[in-house]
Design a protein around this ligand. Sequence first.
Ligand code: CO
Length: 610
Amino acid sequence: MAANPIKITDTTFRDAHQSLLATRLEMADMEPVAAAMDEIGFHSMEVWGGATFDAATRFLNEDPWERLRTFKRLMPNTPLMMLLRGQSLVGYRAYADDVVDTFIDRAAQVGIDIFRVFDALNDEWNLEQAARAVKASGKHLQMAICYSITEGGRLGGPIYSLDYYVDRARRFQDMGADSICIKDMGGLLAPYDAFDLVTALKPVLNVPLQLHTHYTSGMASMTVLKAIEAGVDVVDTCLAPLAMRTAQPAIEPLEVALRGTERDCGLDLAAILEVGDYLESVLPKYRHLMQDSKSAVIDVRVLDHQIPGGMASNLISQLREANALDRLEEVLAELPRTRRDLGNPPLVTPMSQMIGSQSVSNVLFGRYAMVSDQVREYASGMYGRPPALLDPEVRSIALRGDARDGRPITGKPSALLAPELERAAEQVRPLSDDLEDVLTYALFPSTGMRFLRVKYGMDPRPGSSAPAAQSPEQPETLPEKSSRARAFNVFVEGSVYSVEVDPLQSTPSAIAAQPQRPTAAPAPAAAAAASAPTLAAEGEAAITAPMPGIVLRYVVEVGQSVAAGDPVLVLEAMKMENTLPSPISGLVKSLSFDAGVTVSKDDVLAVIAP
Ligand code: CO
């Protein structure tokens, strides 16, 4: 036995497949080795939370609560961990306190031993309720600090300095954390910075310190090793078949590297290899989910621009959608500026999408000419407190036309939320009065209800999640894609599907002007309006679509008077809701489309007469 063995948290059944396989690993493929994993002697295993709850109900038709119950039954000896997004639990928005309390209480009863709780802004306000609920359940509260950097690629600078992390760790410990985790979701933590960070944190903590990182940039194995040298207590790894790339570093080489040292982890390599062989045998059916077309398994660009890998690919697809891929360099240069304007939040979901889309918009249409509703909400304080102050001018632009009349909220955002559980229970009652079903619905009303209807036999079980390429109906050879092919996001009940549409006829503009509803009926009025756009007369101002999108709603009526800068309509583009303002003061002369209609770039959406 080593003097101070490093403890290992295995992420194979959660973060590893969330990172590499879009969270699609089916329970049936984990069950056969669960007992063997339980025997290996991991400090803990992360098996639940993050996107697994959403993916299980949305794509796999598996009850996430049953999954947890099965894990607990098959792995009674290893503490089970889940990742919890603070007040947002396993969802994408903040839930009311009653949902937070009930969800955590039930998860603890069903089998979670360690709750890893984090907030994208590292704001205690978004963590308080969850922390209190975990303590009340008697389980282990791990509080994670999202690791972030600004420019230069290294720890330090005006915000994310050693002092910042020490301060967060102290506060989280004071909130009752039973352990602290450094959560480096972007793979940005450099090895020697990890050494300095662990060295600075250890003396101020009287609870264990854990490191969670991702391989993305290629530094993770070195980073983990330096953290171990500096005395970190626990590190996250996964089994080799699901390791590296954007997932965690592999346990196998680490076990051998540390063997015989004072930090020897003491795990049985032979037993790990046996489970690895099994995983190798089931993973080929998931290969279509591994989206790497490049030769490199690491994303070295991340080291250059410090933009997390997933975020960079989002930016590229947004630019491609706007037909402006040539402006990528400008967007990469704009991104740190936009981030600074918005208080330098960590680039983690949902901030990464928000900052990314705003940067694209700033480059294509001018800085803050178009502000997404998400950025507006963020500026008003609904996401919590950013690490630094927002640029005052940008903030006032963002808050113009805000629902609270430009006044930011002053307290904890979740305090504004009324209890939600009772209403959820009423909605689910015709199907079930099981609390777990109620929680599933409360978290994901649309996909959750779809799942419950299948579960209770009201709807047939949808087809398998097998890729289209394997389906027998698929023609053997695909027609060649022409240069007219355009990518669209299709939004269905809270899910988004990316499709590419390649018109068969030769007029490329014909398709884009049609509403996206598949219909053989005569063209509705909106399409007529699109084919004969209302043109602005001399002196009038036309509001045009800056990029392809969907008209979500108009916030004015024809004949209404507006001031320059007042919101006119909300366009969904780049997965964000964007409010388009009036360029001049005047009267609304015409509104060209119905809500829900897909418009193409440069379509006239409204005309304002002075
Ligand atoms: Co992670």
